[in-house]
Design a protein around this ligand. Structure first.
Ligand SMILES: *Cc1c(COP(=O)(O)O)cnc(C)c1O
Length: 386
């Protein structure tokens, strides 16, 4: 018999039955009054739950498109942008922005560490930046940036907008748009929301919407805020066909989040991540991200001596979990384990047990059950598992 394969990569994440069911529904007209109401209710929830006095855009596309949407609506050719990068996805803004003729300065960190907030402040004093981008969790490194602190610093600079890539963070790492002084927060559905890939989500605060207006006509068409604003305010209107089934799926994800409580969801992610990370370390692995800045959404796990990346991930898949390989200089040297979204205690225990079996099959002297024991002790120590 074939073992079930849990998809534990940093997106797409496992999609629970009730969300799958929404994708399997019979598609209706985009003007269908029931669908229009569902879309409208979803947008209202998204704005309230993430606390913005601006707008939210939910349209077909991926996280990368959401990155482009954030940039296209706030910056024009010749503007200065400061890119705070903690890895591969932070760097993605470089090419994206250079193609638009934006002048980019990059402030990066060694993989596994964060860019000190004081360095960002010093940089902002050097010249007039129209915006700063920061990646909340860089999926390549498993590092979480101190978004609240960065927002505080940027808010001292009147002309500078704060753009946050939340693709591997939103719905798992605490994010409050207005309160954290975020002007644009962007994400996709396939990571901590636990929905299939296909929707881009962009929150734009009042300052970002003002900036968009001041830009006049922009070169981009499909991702123009001005094209979508009338639809987000009244989803019975048409600009481009909404991804009806995915919108239903996201609505179900948001319903589940409301049922759990957004705060509780943040706490669950923190608890699960710390337990998983302790268990991985107990098995002898080192993690790429330094302890003080570890993400709750994934772990970037460095191989110990004598483990072959391709072979190890093959064995893991045979034993029942799919993980992702390392990126950049860490290709072949680590694996990336997602633990975000709608995963439960069964998934968690199963994952660590699978990793133990793979270590055993790789000829490592592993004490079977050690990781499972640490994981469960950590979860119980921190209170009832959820
Ligand atoms: C996955 C990811 C992206 C890219 O999203 P796609 O949906 O693959 O386009 C961007 N930023 C971060 C931080 C990510 O983790």
């Amino acid at each position: 018999m074939k073992t079930k394969k849990l998809v534990m990569i940093p997106g797409p994440t496992p999609v629970v039955r009730s969300i799958q069911d929404q994708m399997g529904r019979e598609t209706v007209a985009f003007g269908d009054p029931d669908f229009v109401k569902d879309y409208k209710d979803l947008l209202t929830d998204m704005k309230e739950m993430w606390g913005t006095s601006g707008e939210v855009f939910v349209i077909a596309g991926t996280g990368t498109m959401a990155m482009e949407m954030a940039i296209a609506n706030t910056l024009k050719a010749g503007d200065n942008l400061l890119i705070v990068s903690q890895g591969f996805f932070g760097d993605r803004f470089i090419d994206l922005c250079k193609r638009k003729g934006i002048n980019v300065d990059i402030i990066g960190s060694e993989w596994g560490t964060i860019v000190p907030v004081a360095d960002i402040e010093a940089k902002l004093k050097e010249k007039n930046y129209k915006a700063v981008t920061a990646t909340h969790v860089d999926t390549a490194t498993g590092v979480a940036a101190p978004i609240k602190e960065i927002g505080e610093v940027i808010s001292k600079f009147e002309d500078t907008l704060f753009i946050v890539d939340g693709v591997c963070a939103t719905a798992a790492e605490p994010e409050y748009v207005d309160e954290m002084k975020i002007d644009v927060l962007l994400t996709g559905t396939q990571k901590a929301f636990g929905v299939a890939p296909g929707l881009a989500i962009v929150w734009a605060g009042p300052r970002a919407l003002e900036r968009r207006k001041a830009l006049g006509t922009i070169p981009e068409y499909y991702i123009d805020f001005e094209k979508w604003l009338p639809i987000m305010q009244d989803p019975s209107k048409y600009f481009a066909t909404p991804a009806i089934n995915l919108i239903w799926a996201l609505k179900e994800s948001v319903r589940l989040i409301k049922e759990e409580g957004l705060e509780n969801r943040y706490k669950r992610h923190e608890k699960n991540a710390r337990a998983m990370q302790a268990a991985l370390e107990g098995l002898g692995f080192n993690l790429l991200a330094q302890k003080e800045c570890r993400a709750v959404t994934l772990s970037n796990v460095l191989y110990m001596e004598g483990i072959d990346d391709v072979e190890f991930r093959k064995v893991l898949a045979e034993e029942g979990i799919v993980v992702a390989g390392g990126l950049g200089a860490y290709a072949g040297k680590m694996f990336r384990l997602g633990h975000m979204g709608n995963i439960d205690i069964h998934d968690m225990v199963s994952v660590i047990a699978t990793i133990e079996r793979a270590l055993y099959r790789s000829g490592k002297d592993v004490e079977l059950g050690k990781g499972v024991g640490i994981l469960m002790k950590e979860l119980l120590k921190q209170g009832k598992s959820e």
